[in-house]
Design a binder for this molecule. Structure first.
Ligand code: B12
Ligand code: SF4
Ligand code: SF4
Length: 323
């Protein structure tokens, strides 16, 4: 077996031994088409107040600028589809946030991944990323053959749908590259576009981040959510899963076996009243390692106020808007 082949086998074996569900590899190269798409997205203001999306444009579209000498981008997927659901009357939380913060879970796996590769292959250079770095993770997943970008903007696997986190490792190791996933299995379906409560899904797989409920409930730091979206949140308090819940490919989701991602009991059991009454001290204690800490107590309270105003809005609808 050639060295490249042998190294590729080691990489994939290490990924599966750490319980990643899928692993694909792409050549580390400049992303020209994505640079154009990203530029258009930014110039249309679709990042809203997520200013970090405007930073490091050059690094975001060129892995060799992010990791000098980079040859390969390894993409790893981790399934987070939970086995249980929330209390039915509770304000809704996106499934990705049921368990422990995935940044922590995946960072520790990436550290072990690199150690395993160094042990078996030698002194390679590698940097692991999940979410917070200037890396176009969905693009790399598609380029590594793991799935296609759906009309809802998410990376969808044909085998198990889209409820996956994406992580990448950029390395100077030369590997065998997987074929990009060229097919698109959305066909004539438009369920996600038709169901998005805030009309954030635009044609050509463009999602306007600044209209997405996930943005309003998690990323927006203002103490007020704009009144234009009042009446549209459908009880989502943290994130939104509508465009994935309606996707026919998510019929094939299977429950995650990752222990760290098992739901925090309060996420499942809290009622609306519990959410309204929880103290800041208890919130910080219960959600210390949860993705909910990104919104902070004040953000969750803001979202609850918005949802409660929304209830009264729905009973007395006012002017319409074009969102
Ligand atoms: C900013 C961000 C957001 C913002 C903006 C969303 C957006 N559309 O960009 C907000 C806060 C709204 C958000 C929401 C969510 N997010 Co988010 N988000 C990110 C982040 C940090 C950057 C995304 C980005 O670069 N956006 C800029 C746009 C232009 O890029 P893009 O959407 O990725 O699109 C690129 C490709 O899809 C490709 N592309 C687009 N069209 C086409 C067409 C073809 C033919 C091809 C080949 C390629 C292609 O080109 C685009 C740019 O070049 C990534 C992590 C990361 N570093 O990548 C996570 C990430 C995309 N989010 C993730 C998740 C889970 C979510 C939510 C589901 C969370 C939730 N339940 O509330 C929602 C889903 C909303 C949606 N429908 O997109 C996951 C996606 C997993 C997956 N299976 O796809 C990621 C990868 C985080 C992770 N590490 O797991 N998110
Ligand atoms: S996450 Fe919700 S608001 Fe955002 S694009 Fe999907 S359906 Fe629309
Ligand atoms: S709901 Fe339909 S159009 Fe949207 S991503 Fe899924 S298959 Fe594609």
């Amino acid at each position: 077996m050639g060295t490249k082949q042998e190294h590729t086998r080691i990489v994939k074996q290490a990924a599966f031994s750490l319980d990643f569900d899928f692993c694909g590899i792409a050549r580390a190269e400049m992303l020209d088409d994505d640079a154009r798409r990203l530029e258009k997205w930014l110039s249309s203001g679709m990042q809203g107040s997520m200013q970090y999306m405007e930073n490091y444009f050059d690094l975001r579209v060129d892995p060799q600028k992010l990791v000098p000498g980079a040859k390969s981008v390894i993409t790893l997927l981790l399934n987070y589809f939970p086995s249980q659901s929330q209390n039915a009357d509770a304000p809704k939380i996106s499934k990705y946030a049921y368990g422990r913060d995935y940044h922590e879970v995946i960072k520790s796996k990436l550290k072990n991944f690199l150690e395993m590769l160094r042990e078996k292959i030698g002194d390679i250079r590698g940097r692991g990323f999940v979410d917070s770095a200037p890396v176009l993770e969905r693009t790399w997943a598609q380029k590594s053959g793991l799935g296609w970008i759906g009309k809802n903007g998410n990376l969808i696997t044909k085998k198990n749908g889209s409820f996956f986190f994406i992580a990448t490792m950029i390395t100077d190791l030369e590997l065998q590259y997987d074929d990009p996933f060229v097919k698109d299995y959305c066909g004539s379906c438009t369920k996600c576009i038709d169901s998005c409560p805030t009309n954030a899904i635009l044609p050509n797989k463009v999602v306007d981040g600044s209209r997405c409920i996930s943005y309003f409930t998690i990323e927006l730091k203002d103490m007020l959510i704009p009144s234009q979206v009042q009446g549209k949140f459908d009880n989502w308090m943290f994130g939104c899963d509508v465009c994935q819940d309606v996707c026919p490919w998510n019929r094939f989701s299977k429950t995650t076996s990752e222990i760290e991602l098992q739901p925090i009991q309060e996420v499942l059991n809290f009622s609306l009243r519990d959410w309204e009454e929880v103290s800041e001290e208890s919130f910080n204690k219960i959600f210390k390692n949860s993705p909910l800490k990104r919104s902070k107590y004040s953000g969750i309270k803001r979202n609850l106020r918005f949802l409660s105003a929304e209830q009264s809005f729905q009973t007395t609808p006012q002017s319409s808007n074009n969102l």
